[in-house]
Design a binder for this molecule. Structure first.
Ligand SMILES: NC(=O)c1ccc[n+]([C@@H]2O[C@H](COP(=O)([O-])OP(=O)(O)OC[C@H]3O[C@@H](n4cnc5c(N)ncnc54)[C@H](O)[C@@H]3O)[C@@H](O)[C@H]2O)c1
Ligand SMILES: CC(C)[C@H](C(=O)O)[C@@H](O)C(=O)O
Ligand SMILES: [Mg+2]
Length: 361
């Protein structure tokens, strides 16, 4: 029996509910395809603050490093009501997430978005665009840019002035551009570099380095697009995109937009990878404190993230296909959580949705 060690971060809000379902789907896949997962729970974000006073501990990093992969729910709370947000920014849940991405060197964040035929009714695109469908992948740089630049808030002449810096080096751009071209080579062979090169120096460096990388991949085409246009094109005609390569913050924003055109933010999985097969797998959405503990969150983004883990970190491709097919089958059979519910389909809760997928694996 093949054995894998997986660090599991349930996280905050809906995290524990959706991770529970992803784990039961993975276990069903293990039974069917002959592997066993040794799961080690670790804390991150709000749950870690509650226990240790900090959002990320060395222990969590060490356990993650010793594992084959990390499966994660989501971290964070309601900024208005949660005591975590009375702490200084570096001690809040989000700092833990950024910290673990950096500590594990997870520079490549893959966020695929495609439209299931079954969800066309829940898709907010114009009918024509929804009929055309789409299957794109956002390749988001994850350990650089504004998120990791020097920041400060100072008082100058009685006025508060806050600064965030956006820095990228050539090697940081090159390694993610290479990933984008490698992935595009196995897909529809097109990379769209999304930036703000009409204004930003950093974007102009992205264009230079990406064009150099493109020369090594003659069968993959490179297109440049400004980020404001891209935001518009995503809702006009997303079928034009294959791999969308972009920096950290643009990728964060565009991936939430891409999730909604699939029907719901509850559908968009993600994989955060370094140079090896190791990865951290989490849905693109947050901890949704507004619906936590109510058994209504959509677990499919987390289940599809688990499928990405099977494919990218464990090389269990057959099992990954089985999980993805099971999700498709559940939708075909008419089951929906509230966020993707449309008339004539059957509304189910988080736990039931998870069992329906596990049964079909
Ligand atoms: N990777 C992460 O862990 C991650 C990602 C984004 C936000 N966050 C954190 O999550 C907290 C809440 O942030 P937010 O409200 O801006 O974003 P969010 O993604 O948590 O929620 C936005 C909206 O989408 C809904 N939603 C999200 N996931 C859903 C699901 N699976 N099924 C059904 N509906 C879903 C929520 O109910 C909410 O209405 C914040 O603390 C934020 O920092 C964490
Ligand atoms: C919680 C936040 C720091 C995080 C990010 O911006 O990367 C989230 O929005 C995401 O998309 O994973
Ligand atoms: Mg985000």
């Amino acid at each position: 029996m093949r054995e894998y060690s997986i660090a599991v971060i349930e996280g905050d809000g809906i995290g524990p509910e959706i991770v529970r379902e992803a784990v039961s789907v993975l276990e069903a896949a293990g039974k069917k395809y002959g592997f066993h997962l040794n799961l080690t729970p670790v804390l991150l974000g709000g749950a870690s603050i509650d226990r240790y006073g900090v959002p990320l501990t060395q222990e969590t990093i060490e356990i993650a490093k010793k594992s084959d992969a990390v499966l994660m729910g989501s971290i964070g709370g309601d900024a208005k009501t949660s005591p975590w947000y009375r702490l200084e920014p570096s001690r809040r849940p989000e700092a833990g997430l950024l910290g673990i991405r950096k500590a594990l060197g997870l520079f490549a964040n893959l966020r695929p978005a495609w439209l299931y035929d079954e969800l066309k009714g829940a898709c907010p695109l114009k009918e024509e665009a929804a009929d055309r469908g789409f299957d794109l992948l956002i390749m988001r740089e994850l350990t650089g840019g504004l998120y990791f630049g020097k920041r400060e808030t100072v008082e100058k002449d009685g006025v508060l002035v806050a600064t965030d810096t956006l820095t990228y080096s050539e090697p940081e751009i090159r390694r993610i551009a290479v990933k984008a071209f490698e992935v595009a080579g196995k897909r529809r062979k097109k990379v769209t570099l999304v930036d703000k090169a009409n204004v930003l120096d950093s974007s102009r460096l992205w264009r230079k380095v990406t064009a150099e990388v493109a020369e090594k991949y003659p069968d993959v085409s490179l297109e440049n697009m400004l980020v404001d246009n891209c935001a518009m094109q995503l809702v006009r005609d997303p079928s034009q995109f294959d791999v969308v390569l972009t920096e950290n913050m643009f990728g964060d924003i565009l991936s939430d937009e891409a999730s909604m055109i699939t029907g719901s933010i509850g559908m968009l999985p993600s994989a955060s990878l370094n140079e090896t097969s190791f990865g951290l797998y989490e849905p693109s959405h947050g901890s949704a404190p507004d619906i936590a503990g109510k058994d209504i969150a959509n677990p499919l983004a987390t289940i599809l993230s688990a499928a990405m883990m099977l494919r990218y970190s464990l090389s269990e491709d057959e099992a990954a296909d089985a999980v993805e097919n099971a999700v498709r089958k559940v939708l075909k059979d008419g089951y929906r959580t509230g966020d993707i519910y449309t008339e004539g389909t059957r509304k189910v809760g988080t736990a039931r949705m998870g069992s329906l997928v596990a049964e079909r694996v």
